[in-house]
Design a protein around this ligand. Structure first.
Ligand SMILES: NC(=O)c1ccc[n+]([C@@H]2O[C@H](COP(=O)([O-])OP(=O)(O)OC[C@H]3O[C@@H](n4cnc5c(N)ncnc54)[C@H](OP(=O)(O)O)[C@@H]3O)[C@@H](O)[C@H]2O)c1
Length: 175
């Protein structure tokens, strides 16, 4: 049987900033579309802080990331309290990265996505086969950063210019 692929998807500036004050420091529609296209239909793992930051965006749809199995990492053990707090379907809570990958593998046979934030990227990068990175031109102020990924090799690069406010490149890298 084919091994399920583990991928990381992230957007960062050239100084590897991914977040500031619990938010993504830019608003890039093209990148949101790219994220949706890549991850829809797959299992997706994220840290509790990223999950909470996404809830604001997805209030209307009733789910943080619809049409995806959402696995949220937290060290808080009171699962039932968390689930009743969020009241969503297709959401699972895991207490270690390894547990989150095991849960994801139950539902996903092709590609599992690790979607941040900084703590989860730092721990998850050693498990990743592939990186989908959106690299924004310039340096941004951040308090959350993507880890070093120099051991990955670029396999694809696509320049996009539809967003008038940002210059960026979509990269795909593998080990
Ligand atoms: N640009 C991008 O692509 C991108 C993507 C995602 C997020 N972000 C940004 O990244 C920032 C958030 O990153 P962050 O590092 O502060 O938080 P995070 O990684 O989203 O979440 C951290 C939380 O995850 C849980 N956690 C982490 N490792 C765990 C483990 N091994 N076992 C169990 N639980 C674990 C803990 O939750 P508990 O505290 O509940 O125990 C921890 O506090 C925000 O600014 C966000 O906007 C950017």
């Amino acid at each position: 049987m084919k091994k399920v692929k583990i991928s990381i998807i992230a957007a960062m500036s050239e100084n590897r900033a991914i977040g500031y004050k619990d938010k993504i420091p830019w608003h890039m529609r093209e990148d949101m579309i790219h994220f949706k296209e890549k991850t829809t239909g797959h299992a997706i793992i994220m840290g509790r802080k990223t999950f909470e930051s996404l809830l604001g965006y997805y209030k209307r749809s009733g789910k943080p990331l619809p049409k995806r199995i959402n696995i949220i990492l937290t060290r808080k053990k009171k699962l039932s309290e968390l689930i009743s707090l969020y009241r969503y379907n297709d959401i699972y809570f895991a207490h270690s990265l390894e547990e989150s990958i095991e849960i994801a593998k139950k539902y996903e046979k092709k590609e599992i996505f690790i979607a941040g934030g900084a703590q989860v990227f730092k721990q998850g990068i050693k498990h990743a086969d592939k990186l989908y990175l959106t690299i924004l031109k310039g340096n941004f102020k951040g308090d959350a950063f993507f880890p070093d990924y120099s051991e990955f090799k670029k396999i694809d690069s696509k320049k996009e210019s539809q967003d008038k406010n940002y210059r960026y490149t979509f990269l795909e890298l593998e080990r």
